[in-house]
Design a protein around this ligand. Structure first.
Ligand code: PEP
Length: 249
């Protein structure tokens, strides 16, 4: 059985005052029936981990360097995230692929570095609008999977998020059939590559404009094991009903 996961990506949002959102989230979901992960900006990871210590909420990074340490000004290694209190890290988010020109092989190296450091790698995949309209979605996902996912993946050390780029922060959401098609496709390919046992144990999140109003129907789609949520994860008032929808799905 895959345990469901509600993951929040705060992106470049959040200062000290935002930690009160974590306190309220921990209070409201003190006995959550699903895993909850919040990925705040790096500046808040340590304090977020302290704030959520002894609660069910886990803290993650939003990126890590492929190398463990060295002369990489401004970058953060996976071991450093772990040392700060993170248990997971997002790699290959489309905003990083676009803003920092990250290619599949970079994402794969980062995912491997995360796993080597003992973190769960949350690997993002997703097509652009042009690729979707050209009916290339499944080819793009297949290429991203073979290029970005390291060989040592298991259900414990890796989570995959399908995030159509055109749905991120836009309020546009694919149809439930489109989400189901891609999630089934990812599951089948994982089983083929890693074997049925491992392939079935890896959690698949949907991400892209998940809101309280659409969460329940998305969570009812087979092979959707939770969500990676951006904007609606910033406030407990928005994220909490999404967590509750996942708990009852
Ligand atoms: C994201 O950034 O991963 C994301 C899904 O953002 P939003 O929920 O705001 O679309």
């Amino acid at each position: 059985m895959r345990r469901k996961l509600a993951a929040g990506n705060w992106k470049m949002n959040g200062i000290s005052a935002s930690l009160t959102e974590l306190e309220s989230l921990a209070t409201v979901h003190a006995n959550a029936g699903v895993d909850i992960l919040i990925c705040p900006p790096a500046t808040l990871i340590h304090r977020a981990a302290e704030t959520t210590k002894d609660t069910g909420i886990r803290i993650g990074g939003q990126d890590c360097h492929a190398n463990a340490a060295g002369a990489h000004t401004g970058d953060i290694g996976a071991q450093m995230l772990k040392d700060a209190g993170a248990t997971a890290v997002i790699v290959g988010h489309s905003e990083r692929r676009e803003d920092h020109d990250e290619r599949n092989e970079d994402v794969r190296a980062k995912a491997k570095a995360a796993i080597d450091a003992g973190l769960t790698a949350l690997i993002c995949l997703g097509e652009s609008l042009a690729q979707r309209e050209a009916a290339n979605t499944l080819d793009i996902i297949a290429g991203q999977m073979s290029g970005s996912i390291p060989d040592l993946a298991t259900g414990e050390n890796m989570v995959i998020a399908y995030e159509p780029i055109w749905a991120i922060g836009t309020g546009k959401v694919p149809t439930l059939e489109q989400i189901g098609e891609v999630h089934d496709f990812i599951r089948t390919r994982l089983e083929r590559r890693f074997g049925e046992g491992v392939g079935r144990s890896i959690r698949l999140l949907y991400g892209g404009s998940v809101k309280p109003a659409n969460a329940a129907e998305i969570f009812a789609v087979p092979n959707v094991d939770g969500a990676l949520v951006g904007g609606a994860s910033l406030k407990t008032a928005d994220f909490s009903p999404i967590i509750s929808a996942l708990e009852t799905s």
